[in-house]
Design a protein around this ligand. Structure first.
Ligand code: PLP
Length: 372
């Protein structure tokens, strides 16, 4: 029996330990803890990786999403369309800006937001669309940008799970008006604590974001607007700059693990639905998500063999207590609701070994054939 963790950040740390320590030491020696040069350097490097002009480093992905809405003047009375099958933070960021999240259902094959349902959800109050590149697979950006252009809407990509994924060869983050990335430790690019970043090519929005994250101030003690304290620590920026140099290697490893999983799992036939990829997409597999009938049974069987799995996500946004006020009922988003009972994310991280992938698939096979 080979136990396999869902994710193992320790292995990655071992591989970059010396560089990380040197980067952290540098900050401790210089003492430039807040908005030090390391922050500007990381912003520049990450933005250029995304094909965007500006990067604005902040303290979390949730802050990144909220501040970008505020930078576009979106707030009370406005509606922002997003999908029902996302992490709670997408919806929270909309609520925190004062706007109302308007949910739509996802595509049953890819779990991406359905453009034709976005169209139906538009009202005179709609100000923005927030597609989520869920699990690392890009949303159908051309269709979304076309709807936005028709209705004069802002498109803010929630790219928190999709660092460097591409849509028709273009990196996510370079397609919408702006994009927000979480840099939470377990994301494809993760800090050693909370962090996030916004990228945009709009200089005016970038300028507002630099103000909003730092008390509304460029010059110390002079405040242009009632901003926030949402800065990224220099320590995290330095760690992220080290890790950014390895991101392409880690992404290739994730892609080859995903290909291996799919090759092995396709032998199990219809009992296991493997991830679908649209022709336009080059996903980065933040998560490798399968669907099975007896999802809870499979999760239990894998746990008994020491294999870690997670459900992304067990409760859709419209069924969360936090969003009871939206007034939705069961059946409103059938694809999302069905997925919530069927999806299971298998172990996925760059450093996992082929032996581990084979062990996971063997355990899935044993469960599925035992049940068949
Ligand atoms: C992780 C995540 C966020 C929130 O990021 P934090 O850094 O944890 O605030 C937002 N949206 C999605 C889709 C995420 O996966």
């Amino acid at each position: 029996m080979t136990p396999v963790p869902f994710v193992d950040l320790g292995r990655q740390y071992e591989s970059i330990r010396d560089e990380v320590h040197a980067a952290i030491d540098g900050v401790l020696e210089r003492g430039d803890f807040i908005l030090g040069k390391g922050v500007a350097d990381f912003e520049q490097a990450f933005a250029s990786k995304c094909g965007a002009a500006f990067g604005i480093a902040v303290d979390s992905g949730t802050s990144a999403l909220e501040l970008v809405l505020r930078a576009y003047g979106i707030g009370p009375g406005d509606e922002v369309i997003t999908q029902a099958n996302t992490f709670i933070a997408t919806a929270l960021a909309i609520s925190h800006s004062g706007a109302t999240p308007v949910l739509v259902d996802a595509d049953p094959e890819t779990y991406m937001i359905q453009p034709k349902l976005i169209r139906k959800a538009i009202t005179p109050r709609t100000k923005a669309i927030m597609p989520v590149h869920l699990y690392g697979h890009p949303a159908d950006m051309d269709a979304i940008m076309a709807i936005a252009a028709e209705h004069d809407l802002i498109v803010i990509e929630d790219a928190s799970q999709a660092h460097t994924a591409t849509y028709k060869g273009e990196p996510v983050g370079s397609i919408g008006h702006a994009a927000a990335f979480s840099l939470y430790p377990a994301k494809n690019l993760g800090a050693y604590g909370d962090a996030g970043i916004i990228v945009t090519t709009d200089p005016e929005v970038a300028e507002r974001l630099y103000l909003l994250r730092n008390y509304g101030s460029v010059k110390k003690y002079y405040h242009e607007t009632d901003g926030f304290n949402r800065r990224m620590d220099t320590l995290q920026a330095e760690v992220l700059s080290v890790k950014l140099r390895y991101l392409d290697d880690w992404t290739s490893a994730r892609r080859s693990h995903a290909a291996r999983y799919s090759e092995l799992l396709s032998d199990l036939g219809a009992a296991v639905k493997i991830p679908s990829t649209e022709v336009w997409a080059d996903p980065v597999y933040h998560l490798y998500v399968i669907e099975v009938d007896d999802r809870d049974g499979l999760q239990q069987a894998l746990a008994e063999r020491g294999i870690g799995t997670v459900i992304h996500y067990p409760v859709p946004i419209h069924q969360q207590k936090a969003y009871a006020s939206l007034g939705h009922a069961e059946g409103d988003f059938p694809v999302t609701e069905a997925a919530a009972t069927r999806v299971l994310s298998l172990p996925m991280f760059a450093e996992m070994t082929d032996e581990e992938i084979v062990a996971v698939v063997d355990a899935v096979r044993e469960f599925v054939s035992g049940n068949g």
